[in-house]
Write a new protein. Structure first.
Length: 283
């Protein structure tokens, strides 16, 4: 397959690139100057993949490059902070400007969904972003040495309906809870910032809930955690983390759970099709 990789920040694009090349796909990378780690240039060279650096606003150029490369399928991998778009500094080309003027809401689903439709109109099908990384999806149940204790389980059970509600409204996918009170809610700032704010506001003992949207489009905005997530929890004194099994990518694999175990943090994979209760709590 001639595959396009539209890369944001983080390690996600690197993992997708390696997996795609291992499966024999020819990869053309579109890297966002404002977001993508510069080391992706070296990774592209190592794997014999073409890489093109461009601004977030250059949607027309992105499409032209992919079409010229004969790309028929593409994957979006890596976060793009929406604050970059809303804070200014991004100059949209005519294609992106036309897209923006037609949006009724500039939330994640609205914006990225519109980009997906434009790509489709040019014969480029956006694929499930986890399709090449299925082994990295979170498993159900307790994922660390320690299961959540009774109080942590109560906080999870309290927070799940609210986390699901804000995710369903496309506000954010993470909340922090302590003593059955919501301490912090994610909007545009990202998970690590929410965790840090929760630790500042409520001190040690915060529980973090990160969920998929009720109708999660696995082509984009898939929940992701990595070592940076655990580091943020360690700094904030957060004691437990719930993620949605089968819908959350754990990018740093065993290192995430090793770091959590070292800090005494409990991590569980919630099974969303089996009710809203906490998984694997202990009394």
């Amino acid at each position: 397959m001639k595959l396009g990789l539209i890369a944001g920040n983080g390690r996600f694009p690197f993992l997708v690139l390696d997996a795609a090349r291992a499966q024999g796909h020819e990869v053309t990378i579109i890297a966002a100057r404002e977001e993508t780690f510069p080391e992706l240039t070296d990774a592209a060279a190592r794997t014999g993949s073409a890489i093109h650096w461009m601004s977030l606003g250059q949607l027309g150029k992105c499409i032209q490059v992919l079409e010229k490369a004969g790309v028929t399928h593409a994957v979006m991998a890596g976060q793009v902070k929406h604050t970059r778009i809303f804070a200014g500094g991004i100059v949209p080309d005519l294609t992106f400007l036309s897209l923006l003027t037609k949006l009724t809401a500039r939330n994640t689903d609205g914006l990225i969904g519109a980009v997906a439709r434009v790509l489709h109109d040019h014969g480029i099908q956006l694929l499930d972003s986890t399709a090449l990384l299925t082994p990295l999806l979170a498993k159900p149940g307790v994922l660390t040495d320690r299961a959540p204790n009774e109080e942590e389980g109560k906080d999870f059970a309290f927070g799940y309906p609210m986390a699901d509600a804000i995710a369903g409204l496309d506000i954010g996918q993470t909340i922090a809870v302590k003593h059955q009170a919501v301490v912090a809610v994610e909007a545009m700032e990202g998970t690590d910032e929410v965790i840090g704010r929760a630790g500042y506001l409520a001190g040690p003992g915060v529980r973090v809930i990160k969920v998929a949207k009720p109708k999660q489009d696995m082509r984009f905005d898939v929940p992701v955690i990595g070592l940076a997530t655990i580091q943020a929890m360690r700094v904030a004194g957060a004691s437990a983390l719930s993620i949605d099994a089968g819908k959350t990518l754990v990018l740093d694999g065993d290192a995430v759970f090793a770091s959590a175990n070292e800090a005494g943090i409990a991590i569980v994979g919630r099974t969303t099709d089996a009710g809203q209760g906490p998984a694997g709590t202990e009394s």
